[in-house]
Design a protein around this ligand. Structure first.
Ligand code: PBG
Length: 311
């Protein structure tokens, strides 16, 4: 009876696996603050993508960690940069069995760790960054990305990237706008995962946790600029925002269960303070119940396996 009347259901196809690939690694390297998640080598990333596809996961979101960084994030737009070669690797491995997605942001590639390029006085230069994003989008699409994920929170990024993709003939590449991305303490473990160089914070371009209404404005602007999907991020501390966006958006709404959400559950479970499988399932169910059409979660492949078992 409970199964028959359940209002919300999880499905592997609605899960997206975020994955990290590190240039120059001989072996995958564990991420201490995210037990069970690792920095992949190019080979181990291919295997992780194949396993996700086998489990029926809907997509993979790739993050690159370069060996060398500079002020403008040159490796992000270099066809030989780690993220771009990894996109091609994964597409070669899984074809279109997964929607192959790339994080479109400069923070992994800059030596100062900000999501954009800086003015001489050291603040993020919104419009100069847009030019870098346009090139990055084309490099990712040239490498075979099916979707680019704009996580930098620069004003105007969706329109600029859509134009650049169309201009380069990539009319079929989709744009995911991290429309409502909050300046969050829950990104902590991600900083370790990408070896972030950031000193300070991103409060001049990411949203304030205090604001709910602003999310609707951000979403409306991104949809207007051509977003195919909008994202709310983080997920669990922003379920009210997610519900608002889901109720009004005219495009699909995804949510990102971020590194800190992952770390909290893993840490408590490791102590035996919560039941791991139950807590993971309930957390993703709650995000889905709040209105997410798909969820980015580091548990995507494992959770998909459980869902298959339960069927
Ligand atoms: C930016 C980006 C971040 C995350 C995804 N894309 C970091 C940030 O904005 O500070 C965080 C994801 C996570 O914490 O799991 N490239």
């Amino acid at each position: 009876m409970r199964r028959l009347v359940a209002q919300t259901r999880l499905h592997p196809a609605d899960l997206v696996l975020p994955a990290f690939v590190r240039e120059g690694l001989a072996q995958p390297r564990p991420i201490t603050s995210m037990p069970g998640v690792e920095q992949h080598t190019r080979d181990s990333l291919r295997r992780a993508a194949a396993a996700a596809a086998e489990a029926g996961v809907g997509g993979i979101m790739l993050f690159g960690v370069p060996e060398v960084r500079d002020a403008v994030g040159s490796q992000a737009t270099d066809p030989g940069g780690i993220l771009n070669v990894a996109i091609a690797d994964v597409v070669a491995e899984v074809g279109d069995a997964l929607v192959v997605q790339a994080d479109l942001c400069l923070d992994e590639f800059t030596d100062h760790g900000h999501c954009g390029v800086l003015t001489p006085s050291g603040v993020v230069d919104n419009d100069a960054t847009l030019d870098r994003y346009a090139r990055m989008a084309v490099a990712q699409a040239d490498a075979g990305a099916h979707l680019v994920g704009l996580s930098g929170m620069m004003d105007g990024q969706t329109a600029v990237v859509r134009d650049a993709l169309d201009g380069a003939g990539h009319t079929d590449v989709s744009v995911l706008a991290y429309a409502a991305k909050y300046a969050s303490a829950f990104y902590g473990p991600f900083r370790e995962a990408v070896e972030s160089q950031l000193a300070g914070d991103r409060r001049t371009y990411q949203m304030d946790a205090a604001n709910r209404r602003e999310a609707l404005r951000e979403v409306a602007i991104d949809v207007d600029e051509g977003a195919d999907v909008v994202m709310v991020k983080p997920a669990m501390s922003y379920l009210d925002v997610l519900a608002d966006v889901a109720a009004t958006s005219t495009v699909p709404v995804w949510a990102y269960q971020v590194s800190g959400e992952y770390a909290m559950i893993e840490a408590a479970a490791a102590h035996g303070w919560i039941t791991r499988r139950g807590a993971i399932t309930e957390s993703v169910l709650s995000i889905t119940r709040a209105g997410a059409d798909a969820v980015l979660t580091y548990w995507a492949t494992e959770l998909a396996g459980w869902l298959a078992e339960e069927r």
